[in-house]
Ligand binder design. Structure first.
Ligand code: ATP
Length: 247
């Protein structure tokens, strides 16, 4: 099942439309023609086993690897565009391993996140995300590299939010974090989505948690979409649950 139409989408329509997406690393092809979409204001999760191609999918969208096929963001093709141009168009990517600048302070990381902005509301936004993650306010002068794993993840997310993205790509935000911190992190994603309407595409191994906040999910297997559907349908299907979701 890799063919997918957007006719069943909600009234808001797709922000991101991916069709026939192929990509990989040099001679190694990882993605074998993916079709999926993310509607405006939606949280969508990409699930799948280790090595299925989830991270590669996010890299393909944000212009970090060579691709073919079609990637459309708000009706405009971004396939083949360079990563900084894709950020400027409103796509922010929180990579696996977080990608914070370890030698810089928390505050400077956030300012780097706002590098594409010319408006005067950067400080106001920083305070807004400090309200969401108060520990970052307490540690605003601390070197990012000395933060705990959970704090670094909060910083990585806040840094991406500082670019005021229309679409936030989150790559395995739960990786290496304690269950309670992960639960809290996901609750914050759901809150931010609800309050700002920000569209989110989340790659995650923790299927139960991710489907808990997502409207829909896609399961990738060997670089192809094996199943997709509303979160409750994926969780409610015994075969999919046991074979693909590990729950
Ligand atoms: P995980 O859940 O383990 O992070 P994933 O679904 O995100 O897995 P990817 O990281 O997208 O999987 O990797 C898909 C395939 O591409 C794997 O077989 C991996 O070994 C390969 N791969 C990833 N990065 C590179 C790279 N830089 N060069 C060559 N092959 C790579």
């Amino acid at each position: 099942m890799s063919d997918e139409s957007t006719t069943d989408t909600d009234a808001a329509g797709p922000v991101l439309e991916v069709s026939g997406l192929k990509g990989g690393y040099g001679a190694i092809q990882v993605l074998h023609g993916l079709d999926f979409h993310v509607n405006d204001g939606e949280i969508v999760v990409i699930l799948g086993a280790n090595g299925a191609g989830k991270t590669t999918t996010l890299r393909a969208i944000s212009g970090m690897i060579e691709t073919s096929g079609s990637v459309t963001f708000r009706g405009e093709s971004i396939q083949g565009s360079k990563a900084p141009d894709i950020v400027r168009k409103g796509v922010a990517h929180v990579p696996q391993g977080r990608g914070t600048l370890n030698e810089l302070s928390v505050e400077d990381n956030l300012r780097v996140g706002a590098f594409i902005r010319k408006d005067k509301e950067v400080d106001a936004d920083m305070n807004r995300w400090f309200d969401v993650y108060p520990v970052l306010r307490e540690r605003r002068d601390q070197r990012a590299g000395s933060l705990s794993g959970g704090e670094q993840q909060m910083l990585a997310v806040s840094r991406a939010l500082m670019s005021r993205p229309d679409l936030l790509l989150l790559d395995e935000p739960s990786l290496g974090l304690a269950p309670l911190i992960v639960k809290d992190l996901f609750e914050r994603f759901a809150e931010i989505n609800k309050e700002t309407g920000m569209t989110m595409l989340v790659v995650e191994q923790n299927a139960q948690l991710a489907l808990g906040i997502a409207a829909r999910g896609y399961v990738i297997e060997s670089g192809e979409i094996a199943f997709y559907g509303p979160s409750d349908e994926l969780l409610g299907d015994d075969k999919i649950r046991k074979s693909y979701l590990g729950v």
